[in-house]
Write a protein that binds this ligand. Structure first.
Ligand code: FES
Ligand code: FES
Length: 907
């Protein structure tokens, strides 16, 4: 068959049933991505005779005789297409995984479609940006700035990967060809709880192309946690690479390794697995009740499991003051129970990776991970290998949001590579991503709060039941974090916490942007509003009377072991002022019919800028022969923008421009240990290490120049790519050459252990209209103010806020993984899950407080997770203000709002 792709003719026969997406990738067009393989996300968009199509839905043979254009050929003979340039100018991407498809669709819009972007872009999902920067690209808006040497920090500089991202040339996990590659498919449990009696491999092994079938008998017996932390004393050892007991529908039972995905799938179908069905429990309240089926019987506290005899993965309790007495003496009180649902990260790039044994016998894993160094450590432990015999690295990662702070696939990849001695690949499907990786922890939160007549809080009590699913990855840390800053941001003399994380026979929960705080903030911020309402005080004023201010202790019982959180800067007061002013700009009553009820709501959040218990970054920087610099950091880039910020920090400290900083990152082979790209630590921790390394190198350059050129080190400064001493101006390239002549490379190291920690703040405001006849909801205004310290890159930081609000709106209004009584997820597809599309996301006004953090690098603080946190709480408060009804269960879908609205306002 003859195909024309990007103007080039190919003669090749697609396999029977092959879709155009995989066919194009096999021809080397890696810009064609997979987000769903079901026509729901647009990551695979190509042009077929100049019309955008989802190539995953097109049989490859249908392209015969037609012209196919992928992002790689989109510019034709030009250097760059105007739409690609527009995406660069506006920086209409973060991780960039959706970008190729988005650009091709955007460039194809006619004038009418451009007037209705919500409809025109409904087939292209972006999980990162919140769509505002994409709209800017379509409007020809330029968001990027330039910077002189030494002036990079604080500027809206573009991401260095941008030119490759918009051309589809940036490499992600699977964008490579490896000779002799074998493919892994996973046979998964259909049962929520069962013991594997036997696995008959013979029929599977008889499938042509099948090389191996790996089961629990092939896997290490060692128990571990899929959660990755620098200090893993927090994570229960309750998981095996392949276990002989399955505890949720979708758990790995066996891995079939074959020469093609089709053969591996056929092998999975032919496996004969005999199960002994065990009783199961999917509800967390039932799970911790007397007599419930036990999910990890016999596992002990030594394995860091709270109480396996009651299905408790972790628990936390504490009180100071006397909450009961304070409540009975309070002028006003409020108590209610809130529930949040199970949502998924839905990063467009699914989990997966490649593994092989390299020529030096090193087990090498290229994976889609936020934590390459911690993954290397656990792989070495699991397979009994010295650390230097394991290498883990990642290319650009297509979104993470906490979901890749786990080891879900690398263990099987390593097992398969070690057993077969062949390169292997495992790429999860979208359905596998939903049913077998991790979700946010669903929580039931009961808040009890009291205040005196002056609006001063007298008592705060939280009772939390978190559902960690079948395994306890992140169960404890998420629970502890969920009851921390939401309470410690308020001064109150009496506080009490009771928290339990329960095991159930459901897909595990894990790390998710916000790390538990969004689920508890809904309850706490509702209580603050309800107390204010009873007292006739405005929500802003109620908060001003109770928030912590510099000098106040930040307390939540039980008291933390870590006392290194301090006010490196403080902008919460400014954030409240900024949102209040912005909300007051328009009249609160827009022109809507009487059917619509309008209301405002706010919520605030505080977040420690680094997770507790150790977050380490080592950075190295050296002066290259050409006078530029080589910077090595361990942290990964998945759209969080740290690559840009680290270069800005180094360029500023070394008085150069960012294009002179070449960055190597996220590869255990290059050193530069980094705990990982999570906990919003990329700017704060790795940024501090980068700053130190660059400053140390600046000192090293001065010292060397003094020896080599007889300058005065103490009187020297770095300025515009030169060392300047009096009237002498020595170019960096000259100094590098002199060093080279002496057999020396000038280099330096910087380290940060992530302590002390500062606090960052966000305040979200919404104005909404709720239709009392249908429950439909319109967002009339969305405002967020953030205290990110001195903002390292305003454009990127605004993008983190916009993206955080958009992702959180999904969890607030639509997204929900529904699990039936048998523990099976009934909607493991984008189509049935409802990720926010362009039409769903309002433009959020973003404001920054004017602060300078004395702990963070060059005054900056982290701002990645926390914009997500106050969104649901603010939305709940806005809906309550509009309707007079306090809805206590997310998502706030129309069908959930409708019954109460009907009861209050009639049909
Ligand atoms: S991969 Fe084709 S639409 Fe998602
Ligand atoms: S930039 Fe759109 S999905 Fe990441």
């Amino acid at each position: 068959m003859m195909f024309k792709v990007n103007g080039r003719h190919f003669e090749q026969q697609p396999r029977a049933g092959q879709c155009l997406r995989t066919f194009l990738r096999e021809l080397g067009h890696f810009g064609v991505k997979k987000g769903c393989d079901a026509g729901d996300c647009g990551a695979c968009t190509v042009l077929l005779d100049n019309e955008p199509v989802h190539s995953c839905l097109i049989p490859a043979f249908r392209a015969e005789g037609h012209a196919v254009t992928t992002i790689e050929g989109f510019a034709g003979n030009a250097a760059i297409h105007p739409m690609q340039q527009a995406f660069l100018d506006a920086q209409g991407f973060q991780c960039g995984f959706c970008t190729a498809g988005m650009i091709l669709t955007c460039a194809s819009l006619n004038q009418a479609q451009q007037q209705d972007l919500g409809a025109a872009l409904k087939g292209n999902i972006c999980r990162c940006t919140g769509y505002r920067s994409i709209e800017d690209a379509l409007n020809g808006k330029k968001n990027v700035e330039k910077a002189d040497a030494g002036d990079a920090f604080g500027r809206s500089l573009p991401a260095p990967a941008g030119p490759l991202v918009v051309r589809g040339a940036e490499r992600y996990t699977f964008d490579t060809e490896i000779e002799g590659l074998l493919h892994i498919k996973i046979c998964r449990s259909p049962h929520p709880h069962a013991r594997i009696i036997s696995i008959d491999k013979s029929a599977a092994l008889a499938v042509p192309g099948v090389h191996a079938v790996l089961t629990h008998e092939d896997a290490p017996k060692t128990l571990f946690s899929t959660a990755r932390h620098e200090n893993d004393w927090m994570d229960p050892e309750d998981t095996r690479v392949l276990d002989d007991v399955v505890r949720f529908v979708g758990q790995k039972v066996a891995a079939v390794v074959a020469t093609s995905e089709g053969a591996a799938e056929e092998g999975c179908r032919r496996l004969k697995v005999e199960y002994e069905i065990l009783p199961h429990v999917v509800d967390p309240t039932e799970a911790i009740a007397e007599g419930a089926p036990l999910i990890h019987p016999g596992k002990t506290a030594e394995q860091r499991i709270g109480n396996s005899a009651r299905n408790i993965a972790a628990e936390t309790h504490g009180e100071f003051g006397d909450v009961a007495a304070a409540l009975s003496a309070s002028a006003v009180t409020y108590e209610s129970t809130f529930t949040t649902q199970r949502v998924q990260h839905a990063a467009l790039e699914t989990h997966g990776g490649l593994a092989f044994i390299d020529a030096d016998g090193v087990l090498t894993v290229r994976s889609s991970t936020q934590v390459p160094f911690l993954t290397r450590r656990t792989l070495a432990e699991l397979f009994g290998l010295p650390a230097e015999k394991v290498r883990v690295f990642c290319e650009r990662v297509g979104g993470g949001f906490g979901g890749k702070q786990e080891m879900f696939v690398e263990d099987v990849l390593a097992l398969a590579a070690l057993k077969t001695k062949r390169p292997v690949k495992l790429e999860l499907t979208r359905e596998e991503q939903f049913i077998s990786t991790s979700t946010r922890h669903p929580m039931r939160v009961t808040i009890t709060a009291g205040a005196d007549t002056n609006g001063k809080l007298t008592a705060l009590k939280l009772d939390v039941l978190s559902n960690t699913g079948a395994y306890g990855n992140h169960a404890g840390p998420v629970l502890f974090h969920a009851v921390s800053e939401c309470i410690s941001v308020y001064n109150c003399p009496n506080k009490k916490i009771d928290g339990v994380a329960a095991y159930t026979n459901t897909v595990p929960a894990g790390a998710f942007r916000g790390y538990g705080l969004p689920q508890t903030l809904i309850a706490v911020e509702a209580a603050i509003d309800e107390l204010a309402r009873q007292l006739g005080i405005s929500p802003f004023e109620m908060r001003r009377r109770n928030i912590v201010k510099p000098g106040d202790p930040m307390l939540s019982p039980p008291e933390s072991k870590y006392h290194d959180v301090m006010y490196g800067s403080y902008g919460l007061d400014q954030c409240l002022d900024l949102v209040e002013r912005a909300m007051a700009v328009e009249a609160p009553n827009p022109p809507l019919s009487d059917e619509w009820l309008v209301g405002d709501g706010i919520a605030l959040t505080m977040i420690d800028t680094v997770p507790p218990a150790g977050h380490i970054a080592d950075c190295y920087v050296s002066l290259r022969d050409d006078g530029g610099f080589e910077l090595t950091v361990g942290t990964a880039e998945f759209g969080n923008g740290t690559t840009t910020v680290h270069r800005q920090i180094a360029a500023t400290a070394l008085a150069t421009t960012v294009d002179q900083i070449r960055l190597r990152q996220s590869d255990t082979a290059h050193g530069g240990h980094d705990t990982g790209a999570y906990g919003s630590a990329g700017t704060f921790v790795a940024g501090l290490a980068t700053k130190l390394a660059a400053e140390n190198l600046a000192a090293e350059i001065k010292t060397f120049a003094a020896r080599a050129f007889a300058t005065d080190a103490a009187a020297s400064v770095l300025e515009r790519d030169h060392l300047v001493c009096g009237s002498e101006r020595l170019p960096f390239a000259l100094i590098a050459t002199a060093a080279q002549a002496r057999g020396k490379t000038l280099h330096a190291h910087g380290n940060s252990a992530g302590t002390p920690r500062s606090v960052a703040f966000n305040v979200q405001g919404f104005r909404v209209a709720v239709n009392k006849g249908s429950g439909e909801l319109k967002i009339l205004k969305s405002v967020q103010a953030a205290d990110a310290g001195r903002v390292a890159n305003p454009m990127q930081c605004r993008g983190q806020v916009e993206g955080g609000v958009a992702q959180s709106l999904g969890a607030t209004l639509y997204e929900e993984l529904v699990i039936d009584d048998g523990g099976r997820i009934v909607n493991p597809r984008f189509r049935d899950y409802h990720l926010p599309s362009f039409a769903d996301v309002p433009r959020t006004e973003v404001y920054f407080a004017d602060t300078y953090d004395t702990i963070g690098p060059m005054g900056a603080k982290s701002m990645s997770e926390s914009p997500y946190n106050p969104v649901a709480a603010a939305m709940g408060n806005a809906i309550a203000d509009a309707t007079g009804i306090r809805f206590t269960s997310t998502p706030f879908k129309p069908d959930r709002l409708f019954p109460a609205l009907k009861e209050k306002f009639g049909g």
